[in-house]
Design a protein around this ligand. Structure first.
Ligand SMILES: Cc1cc2nc3c(=O)[nH]c(=O)nc-3n(C[C@H](O)[C@H](O)[C@H](O)COP(=O)(O)O)c2cc1C
Length: 208
């Protein structure tokens, strides 16, 4: 059975473009493969605590206090969800040029030395191998070319975070120019919807 972990990180609820695209992806997946198992995690309605000193210590050493134990238990649970998944579906809006802090917090608990990556003689090695990620990027403006591309701290950051833990099969679906008027938004969302369905068809075929 195929396991999908779907992460949402928009602060805009039902008005969210990334949430709408994730909804479309999930509906399409359920039609394509009715037995598919989809675990959904909304990082805004069910937030991961901001990473702090106790969290960092709790993940790096034997926990010394209740806060550190709590952080380690949360990290264990989040990592187990990723380990159980064949495909990650990640909704990642652009806020202030980067990913939402809610999504960054999730990565802060999932990037863990000795568990999801390790340092080897040849450098860092990701340990969450054999998975793929379908990442839905939403943006009000346009950063895919021209001078504004230098301000894109969303796509490169996600590529690096996923790649670092060994998720190198990454399918990025971009919906940009969403704030440039209703027609631009409709066109961009329509294209993204088709691309996300294509991305999943490829991701599911790769599993076979
Ligand atoms: C707090 C905030 C910051 C934003 N910052 C940017 C930005 O830096 N660049 C941009 O192109 N759009 C920006 N936007 C627009 C969002 O990227 C756009 O609304 C997109 O649809 C967000 O995805 P979502 O609808 O799934 O939340 C911002 C929106 C919000 C609410």
């Amino acid at each position: 059975m195929t396991n999908v972990l779907a992460l949402r990180s928009s602060i805009l609820g039902d008005a969210s473009a990334s949430n709408q695209l994730i909804n479309e992806a999930i509906a399409s997946l359920r039609t394509q493969e009715p037995t598919i198992r989809i675990i959904e995690r909304d990082l805004v309605t069910n937030p991961i605590p901001h990473f702090d000193g106790d969290a960092a210590n709790g993940l790096r050493q034997d926990p010394l206090n209740a806060e550190q134990r709590k952080a380690r238990a949360l990290s264990d649970a989040l990592i187990q969800e990723v380990q159980a998944a064949d495909i990650l579906l990640i909704g990642a809006p652009m806020y202030n040029f980067g990913i939402p802090s809610a999504l960054k917090s999730w990565f802060d608990y999932v990037l863990r030395a000795g568990v999801t990556f390790r340092y080897s003689e040849t450098g860092p090695e990701g340990l969450l191998t054999g998975k793929s990620a379908v990442v839905v990027l939403t943006r009000g403006g346009s950063y895919s070319d021209g001078p504004a591309s230098a301000m894109d701290a969303q796509a490169p950051h996600l590529r690096a975070l996923l790649g670092f833990v060994g998720i190198t099969d990454q399918k990025f679906v971009l919906a940009e120019k969403l704030a440039l008027g209703p027609e631009e938004r409709k066109a961009s969302m329509g294209l993204a919807k088709d691309k996300i369905i294509d991305a999943f068809q490829i991701a599911l075929a790769e599993l076979v």
